[in-house]
Write a protein that binds this ligand. Structure first.
Ligand SMILES: NC(=O)c1ccc[n+]([C@@H]2O[C@H](COP(=O)([O-])OP(=O)(O)OC[C@H]3O[C@@H](n4cnc5c(N)ncnc54)[C@H](O)[C@@H]3O)[C@@H](O)[C@H]2O)c1
Length: 251
């Protein structure tokens, strides 16, 4: 059921990290389902097949270049989206980065960058959108964690720590916000074929796909489909849940 059919009026989704990969798939899927979308990314290379490339807002699309590590800019983006669309119904903080390296020699600058982007950037966009949702007594938040935040992975301590923290953040916010009508859940994907994954040699070679029960990496739109389900009728009784579309990587 699309957003307009479900509610009689179009709903608004706010997505960070929406230029490429999973975030772009989420933006595309929600737009196709009739949602209004506010999409932000540190890159201005938005891959929306020419539909959403203009920076001029349209009645259903607001696209902005944004670094989620800059808290004032994040708050300004949420404010602009609220003014443009009236209200935010769904927040999907998807912006993320991954850096590999042995923990003994891992650079603090890389550690800080990962935590600032994956954890603080996630919290910043939620924090900015929460007042509006709480005042209206309705809203959905879907964080994008990772199965690695549950299972861990060698030479990925910062990334795993950031995603484990996103999971804890999701659970804490879920308990805090559900009584006020705002439902917070998380998607913790397994390996998904995006630029982030393919930057790692073992994944690019396909070797890791053969280890998965399903025998292949996920597609970005398979994660977007879970986000769509969680934001619709399938999510009305979901509170603080970590949903893992992962091809069987973690069972
Ligand atoms: N691909 C996977 O296997 C996988 C698995 C589990 C979780 N995830 C998570 O899914 C999310 C999307 O990752 P992806 O695989 O689509 O990777 P991706 O690299 O294709 O997309 C990440 C996006 O985040 C943006 N971004 C990075 N830093 C930013 C910042 N400071 N401010 C704003 N935007 C920023 C990038 O420009 C990019 O468009 C990430 O949070 C990632 O950790 C990915």
């Amino acid at each position: 059921m699309d957003a307009e059919t479900a509610t009689g009026m179009s709903k608004t989704a706010l997505i960070t990290g929406g230029a490429t990969g999973i975030g772009a798939a989420i933006a595309r899927r929600f737009f196709a389902a009739g949602w209004r979308i506010a999409v932000a990314d540190i890159s201005d290379d938005f891959g929306f097949d020419g539909v959403l490339t203009s920076s001029a807002p349209t009645p259903r699309v607001l696209v902005r270049r944004l670094d989620v590590r800059r808290r004032e800019s994040v708050a300004a983006f949420v404010g602009e989206a609220e003014r443009h669309f009236g209200a935010i119904d769904l927040v999907v903080p998807c912006a993320g980065i991954h850096r590999h390296g042995p923990s003994a020699t891992f650079e603090w600058s890389a550690w800080d960058d990962i935590l600032e982007t994956n954890l603080n950037g996630c919290y910043a966009i939620i924090k900015a959108a929460l007042p509006g949702m709480l005042s209206r007594g309705t809203g959905r938040i879907i964080t994008i964690a990772s199965e690695l935040g549950i299972a861990g992975a060698a030479e990925s301590a910062a990334y795993c720590a950031s995603k484990g923290a996103v999971i804890s953040l999701t659970k804490a916010l879920a308990r805090e916000c559900a009584p006020a009508g705002v439902l917070v859940n998380s998607i913790a994907p397994g390996p998904v074929a995006t630029g982030m994954l393919m930057a790692v040699d073992e994944y690019a070679s396909g070797a890791e796909a053969e280890l998965l029960p399903i025998g292949r990496y996920g597609l970005p739109d398979e994660i977007a489909a879970v986000a769509e389900a969680l934001s619709g009728d399938a999510g009305t009784y979901m509170v603080g849940q970590i949903v893992s579309p992962n091809g069987g990587a973690v069972i």
